[in-house]
Design a protein around this ligand. Structure first.
Ligand code: PEP
Ligand code: MN
Length: 228
């Protein structure tokens, strides 16, 4: 965790996102380390100054997670968990809301609306890929959503190329495309040794790959008048 945190910070990352409670497709896969992982994230924040983003899957864990996290992620699978949305809407913490794999842009916006309607106006929208007929990639990163969301709302739009395409070698291309399309931020999965990752290693960048990507992103952001 610390190795990853120091490395991404050196390359210019401003947040550290790690899953302590993981929504895994199979119950037999690594489920996250729970509160222990939140402590690791807090240590990494202390060591680097990076703000911590982590997912809340269950409202029962909300108070505990909110003690450690700077930003709470509501994952794709929970995008329409309306009772959870209402509960995070009652908090004073920023929410990173991921688009459901089969949600329309309108449904995505209405999910964000649940949080705003509760009085929490700090919501970032994350496009993370939708499910289509395509099988060569994990999801289809819907970059159409970026300019459409930007035109319909003032909320920041973040692109997740890691889940969006799901293939390490193609993540940088989609990250660059996300920034070119007007995204306000990226979330990119990074691991010091992706082959050993307990979750999503096949789509995690090694540290040098992330460093190279950040250089490219800096150039693209500058070219469209949004210097980093
Ligand atoms: C994640 O962000 O690691 C994750 C599980 O993503 P999603 O909710 O978009 O599937
Ligand atoms: Mn993941």
């Amino acid at each position: 965790m610390l190795e990853a945190a120091h490395a991404v910070k050196r390359s210019g990352a401003t947040f550290l996102r790690g899953g302590a409670f993981k929504p895994r497709t199979s119950p037999y896969e690594f489920q996250g380390l729970g509160e222990q992982a939140l402590k690791f994230l807090a240590l990494a924040r202390e060591a680097t100054g990076l703000k911590v983003v982590t997912e809340v899957m269950d409202a029962d864990d909300l108070a505990m997670i909110a003690e450690y996290a700077d930003v709470l992620q509501v994952g794709a699978r929970n995008m329409q968990n309306f009772s959870l949305l209402r509960k995070v809407g009652a908090l004073k913490k920023p929410i990173l809301l991921k688009r459901g794999p089969s949600a329309t842009i309108k449904e995505f916006l209405m999910a964000a609306e649940y949080v705003l309607a509760g009085g929490n106006y700090q919501v970032a929208l994350c496009e993370r890929g939708i499910r289509t007929f395509e099988t060569m990639t994990r999801n289809t990163l819907d970059l159409n959503a970026v300019p459409v969301l930007k035109s319909l709302t003032h909320l920041p739009v973040v692109v997740d190329p890691s889940h969006g395409i799901g293939l390490r070698k193609h993540v940088p291309a989609m990250a660059r495309a996300g920034i070119a399309a007007g995204a306000d931020g990226l979330i990119v999965e990074v691991h010091p040794c992706p082959e050993k990752a307990l979750s999503d290693g096949h789509q995690s960048l090694a540290i040098p790959e992330f460093a190279a990507l950040m250089e490219q992103v800096r150039v693209i952001a500058g070219a469209i008048g949004r210097p980093m």
